[in-house]
Design a protein around this ligand. Sequence first.
Ligand code: HEC
Ligand code: HEC
Length: 316
Amino acid sequence: MSTFWSLWIIIGSLIVVFGCAWLLRMVLVDTMGEEGKEMPHSFDGIVEMNNPLPKWWTIMFAISIVWGLGYFALYGLANYAGPQQWQSANKHVYSLAESKAAVIAARDAGAVVQYDVEMDSADAVYGATYANYASKSVEELVKDPEAIKVGQRLFIQNCAQCHGSDARGQRGFPNLTDSDWLYGGSFDKIKESIMQGRVATGMMAWKDALGGDQGVEEVVTYVQSLSGRKVNAKMAAAGKAKFGLCMACHGTDGTGNEMMGAPNLTDKVWLYGGSKAAITDSVANGRTGVMPAWSEILGNDKVHVISAYVYSLSNK
Ligand code: HEC
Ligand code: HEC
């Protein structure tokens, strides 16, 4: 960390702690007359009593201040490392690969990596169960309520923050319970999406290529007409003439392309919203959805059973 940012953090932190101490001192100094008596101000006839702060609270507050300062002194603050020379183990880790390397190095050095220990003991208990599920076909898994429940639990832990706990998605994060798929809804395609992740490429900002706001509005009008919206026919015709730019990915008829992850523009399902404003934003500024890859994080066996769960949602 540069000296500037180090000082910034040190000075900022100390101001906060000493500020709290000063605040406590100020409220303890009695300037409003005798304790337990009414104070000389009233609001709409409501008078405040001059009651002291509770003692237990004052003491806790003072202890927190002393504790904070002691913590800084022992464990350091910004570039000051303190006598313990404490460091975050993963201070220089910026990627999953670096994190794994750091864990292996720590293990070789004899350090106990708690996450590892817990993962190993969980693997010992559940590994066989997952391996068993992984050896089964999706047809077998969807008929096994226990397997689907396991998949659902893994989904809630790992996927719900983006796709929602009911997998119905939200703006920018696709609904996984319908039959509308960006990259394909077969079991193999779903598993591929989860294992390798997906990065939506190619939906660049089209504003310049379309010649500015006018061109964007025409194409957006045409796109709206594709899903049956009533639109200005002249605008739509002008937009249709420009739609040639879009066909490579969205298809000549706008029904999309699962190879590219290009959505179907003719249905009523919208990843980023179907209002005129939302479509305009998509076309003018572009979109790049990113679905993280899970093969490294969860491994094949768990992804297999999650995939079966996701598949079961739209294949009852
Ligand atoms: C190179 C491929 C490619 C081209 C060309 C392309 N798109 Fe897209 N488009 C995509 C992809 C991929 C997505 C999905 C983006 C995402 O998932 O984040 C997308 C998303 C969209 C969306 C959002 C759909 C939704 O469901 O919210 C609209 C609208 C759209 N494109 C319109 C157009 C228009 C109009 C053009 C032509 C001016 C165009 N696209 C050209 C690949 C393309
Ligand atoms: C950080 C957010 C995030 C997390 C976490 C996440 N996803 Fe996604 N997922 C996305 C986005 C964004 C897309 C759409 C990519 C695009 O726009 O092209 C997507 C796409 C998908 C698709 C393809 C959908 C289609 O229509 O083809 C599947 C299947 C999927 N996710 C399943 C999962 C599962 C299962 C998990 C948990 C293991 C998960 N996702 C976790 C963001 C996420």
